[in-house]
Ligand binder design. Structure first.
Ligand SMILES: [Cu+2]
Length: 68
């Protein structure tokens, strides 16, 4: 299991976090997505077959790119 905090400047409210949770939740292997709208951060937990690259590319596709 891997965990990472990602900074996502495009988050503006709780709905953004819910959208991200829904979309990342569809990736096989992603087990948990938590978000903080005020901090504009999410925490993702995953294991194979999910990868950080896949998570980041999905975030980019839905217009919430991570900065790091
Ligand atoms: Cu929003």
């Amino acid at each position: 299991m891997q965990t990472k905090n990602l900074s996502i400047p495009n988050i503006s409210c709780g709905h953004c976090v819910m959208t991200i949770q829904r979309e990342l939740g569809e990736i096989d292997g992603v087990s948990k997505v938590e978000g903080d709208p005020a901090a504009k951060e999410i925490t993702v937990e995953w294991e194979e077959p999910a990868t950080l690259e896949k998570i980041k590319s999905t975030l980019k596709e839905i217009n919430y790119p991570a900065t790091d």
